[in-house]
Ligand binder design. Structure first.
Ligand code: ZN
Length: 436
């Protein structure tokens, strides 16, 4: 074993002791011992680890390092029998230098033990552990310093307070008065507290009432919103219903307007022309040489023509003064309501021999245009803007006589076209807009 080798008691690393510590002079040893603090704990035995690392110390059960004096330390016998060194010592006498070295090692070990005993730290220590230890001790010292400063400050403060209290020095009377006053204050405060407690109770009751009211209102609100939603739904349904009704109304209005514009009279009495003939409902009215229209067709056409005049007059609520129209198809006639109250047939036969009949037919046609003229006059009195291209005067319409006798068939046919045109204008006016 190297004499100057030891083990760090902290990290157990092998360390090399400083030569000054190994070859420590007795005087230096004494100085160190005297500088050590007194033993504060009993540590008569070294830590187990230390014993293991220093087997030469184990066989010395009687050692008591605390009590040993330095003089004794130097006289402690060398390694006990059983160790390697003792065996070597037995086998051959030791030299002086060997004895000195062992002695110094022993004294170093003892010194380290002594230091360990006198402090809380086991020695020796390696450089790193020493460093760490120093830092920790420094931190502890700082902490303690702060603690001490705190204590000092507290003590100073207490001292100052004590002085102030002494300076105030309240007398007993004043103290009693103060106590009385404080008692009065206490009583009034208790009263106040009671009042406040009552108030609190009232407020609690009020709060409970309000909460109840609030829950009722919440219920009411929920109902309201439910109703509101129902109403909105109903409103939507109503709105869609209204929209569909409006659409239906618009469609109906459109069709009504269309129907109003369509003229049932125009359908019932279709006036047109077929070559030189004027026609009513497809029936030719008149005849010309080369186109021998049957009298049956002419008479039927006259029946339609008289019915048309009659219809227009009735629609306009117009009464003929001197005549009564009797529309009876192919055998229609016009009766005079004044004078001789004659009845004129409005149908012919073409028989040249039946002069009397032909004369009445002519008179009937003259009576017809007389009625037509009075109706036209009435319409013109109602609406002066209506224009009739063919004037009527006695038996002539547009300067053409309506009489068949002593007339050319073309002229008669032309006059009948004029009659139909005048009727068409009357019908249009009678069924148009305001008059319809
Ligand atoms: Zn260490």
């Amino acid at each position: 074993m190297n004499t100057s080798a030891a083990v760090c008691q902290q990290c157990k690393d092998v360390i090399q002791l400083d030569p000054s510590l190994v070859d420590i002079a007795p005087s230096a040893y004494d100085t160190i011992i005297s500088a050590l603090p007194p033993a504060t704990r009993s540590r008569h035995t070294a830590p187990r680890s230390a014993q293991a690392k220093h087997p030469q110390l184990a066989p010395l059960p009687n050692e008591s390092f605390v009590l040993l004096q330095d003089s004794i330390i130097r006289n402690v016998p060398p390694s006990p029998p059983g160790t390697r060194s003792s065996r070597s010592a037995v086998s051959k006498p030791r030299s002086n230098s060997q004895q000195e070295a062992e002695s110094s090692t022993r004294s170093t070990v003892r010194l380290l033990h002594l230091i360990s005993t006198r402090s809380d730290i086991d020695h020796p220590l390696c450089r790193d552990c020493t460093h760490a230890l120093l830092q920790s001790l420094q931190a502890t010292a700082e902490e303690l310093k702060r603690e001490r400063d705190g204590y000092i400050a507290f003590a100073n403060k207490e001292l100052r307070k004590e002085k102030e209290r002494e300076a105030e020095g309240l007398s007993k009377e004043e103290t009693d008065k103060k106590i009385e006053k404080l008692k009065v204050d206490e009583r009034s405060l208790i009263e106040q507290l009671k009042e406040l407690e009552i108030e609190e109770q009232q407020l609690s009751e009020e709060l409970a009432n309000l909460e109840q009211e609030e829950s009722l209102l919440e219920l009411e609100e929920a109902n309201f919103w439910r109703n509101h939603n129902d109403n909105i739904l109903a409103l939507d349904q109503q709105a869609s219903l209204l929209a569909s009704l409006r659409a239906a109304y618009a469609a109906d209005s459109a069709s009504l307007e269309k129907l109003e514009r369509s003229n049932v009279y125009n359908d019932a009495f279709c006036i047109g022309h077929d070559g030189v003939f004027g026609t009513i409902n497809g029936l030719r009215l008149g005849r010309v040489p080369g186109v021998p229209v049957e009298w049956a067709e002419i008479n039927a056409a006259w029946g339609q023509t008289l019915l048309l005049l009659h219809t227009i007059a009735r629609k306009l609520d117009y009464k003929f003064e001197n005549y009564r129209l009797v529309p009876m198809g192919s055998f229609s006639r016009i009766e005079k309501t004044t004078g001789d109250k004659a009845s004129y047939e409005l149908y012919g036969s073409g028989h040249v021999g039946r002069l009397l009949h032909n004369r009445r037919f002519d008179l009937g046609m003259v009576a017809f245009i007389d009625c037509l003229k009075s109706l036209i006059d009435y319409i013109k009195s109602q609406d002066p803007t209506v224009d009739f291209p063919h004037a009527i005067s006695r038996e002539k319409i547009g300067d053409v006589s309506i009489k068949l006798q002593f007339n050319q068939e073309e002229a008669w046919t032309r006059s009948l076209r004029h009659v139909l045109l005048a009727l068409k204008i009357c019908l249009k006016w009678a069924t148009n807009g305001v008059n319809g």
